[in-house]
Ligand binder design. Structure first.
Ligand SMILES: *Cc1c(COP(=O)(O)O)cnc(C)c1O
Ligand code: SF4
Length: 344
């Protein structure tokens, strides 16, 4: 195993000890890690404040008792992935773009992840296993964009990524290659110069969609890595998930979006949590989310405000979250106070 994997933490005891967490969290961490193992890379752990059980980065990786709760509406496959499978490893839900499940592996296990129960073992592993997916893409000229997803595609070796990119670049109607990855955020050392060159020189226009939920993630090596990607000419977008106890405040979201933009990364989506079993305690009501995003719009330039969306199985795109009684729709928002012009 590469040394970077060895320095990740998988043992709940080590996490509790290292971060000096309250003793009563230990047993629950063990139990919930059996359902979905604990995994946090060193670089991400280093950004967690020790002895703070409410740290917003810790909340994303610490297995807790609430994961054991069975809450109605929270299910194993909340986003209808099984129904969207066109070939082994190939999912298509939306027109013009399709997604390859390149690996089940991730460098971090995010406790709210909708893929916590995805049947990865059924997806291709060897290069030749991908042929049915590529044949399907080749035969469909309406596809213009391939999304490398997972898991996290950057868990693959450079050699495997190069093979996949080369194969995709050989399909004339594919003009864009999108990479959905959390590695620039949680384990920035994976983003080597060679890897950046691989995507930059592949052929189809590269777009990288990273996943950061809190401004405190965007420091040190992570900030530096995002800058390097942007400087290499790669469009970098961010998707975040609205998470209780992590970023469900105007201040947290404004700081996240502002910091991203400062680094040259465009806030793309703010996702309403997918209702996956074990993640109910992360849910923020949509009405609250709408209020937060409305506040963001008043604080930030328009380009810094992500689209607040949720995934509804069977729909032709991610859907914007709009409330029944969204104030600006009903025209009942309090008018802004009068503009006071100081007379001289
Ligand atoms: C979310 C998703 C996409 C990407 O949607 P965009 O709106 O283009 O970002 C594509 N395919 C699948 C299967 C998805 O779940
Ligand atoms: S990195 Fe992405 S796919 Fe992996 S656990 Fe986190 S949210 Fe899920």
């Amino acid at each position: 195993m590469p040394q970077t994997v060895a320095s990740s933490v998988r043992d709940p005891d080590q996490l509790v000890d290292e971060l000096r967490l309250p003793e009563e969290m230990r047993a629950a961490a063990h139990r919930s890690a059996e359902l979905f193992p604990l995994l946090a890379p060193r670089s991400f752990l280093d950004r967690i404040e020790p002895a703070d059980p409410h740290d917003p980065l810790l909340a994303q990786i610490l297995p807790v008792a609430a994961e054991e709760d069975s809450v109605s509406g929270f299910v194993a496959d909340p986003v209808g992935d099984s129904a969207a499978r066109r070939a082994p490893g190939l999912l298509q839900k939306y027109r013009g773009r399709a997604l390859l499940i390149t690996t089940g592996a991730c460098a971090i296990h995010c406790r709210y992840c909708f893929r916590r129960s995805y049947p990865y073992s059924e997806e291709p592993r060897r290069m030749e296993d991908w042929e049915p997916a590529f044949a399907e893409i080749e035969s469909d000229p309406t596809l213009h964009e391939i999304i490398l997803s997972g898991g996290d595609p950057l868990m693959l070796t450079d050699a495997r990524l190069a093979e996949l990119c080369e194969r995709i670049a050989a399909i004339p109607h594919i003009t864009r290659l999108r990479i959905h990855t959390r590695l620039p955020i949680v384990k920035p050392e994976r983003i080597t110069d060679q890897l950046i060159e691989l995507f930059r020189d592949c052929g189809p226009t590269p777009i990288m969609v990273v996943h950061s939920n809190h401004a405190r993630e965007l420091v040190g090596d992570c900030a530096h890595t995002l800058r390097r990607l942007v400087r290499a000419g790669i469009t970098v977008l961010n998707q975040a998930v609205l998470l209780r106890g992590v970023n469900d405040s105007v201040a947290a979201l404004a700081e996240l979006c502002g910091t991203l933009v400062d680094l040259g990364v465009m806030p793309y989506y703010l996702h309403q949590l997918d209702r996956v079993a074990g993640a109910a305690h992360f849910e923020v009501p949509e009405e609250t989310g709408l209020r937060l995003v409305d506040e963001l719009r008043r604080l930030l330039p328009g380009y810094a405000v992500p689209q607040y969306v949720r995934e509804v199985p069977g729909e032709e795109s991610k859907l914007p979250v709009v409330g029944q009684n969204t104030p600006w729709r009903a025209g009942v928002r309090e008018p802004p106070g009068p503009v006071v012009v100081e007379s001289t």
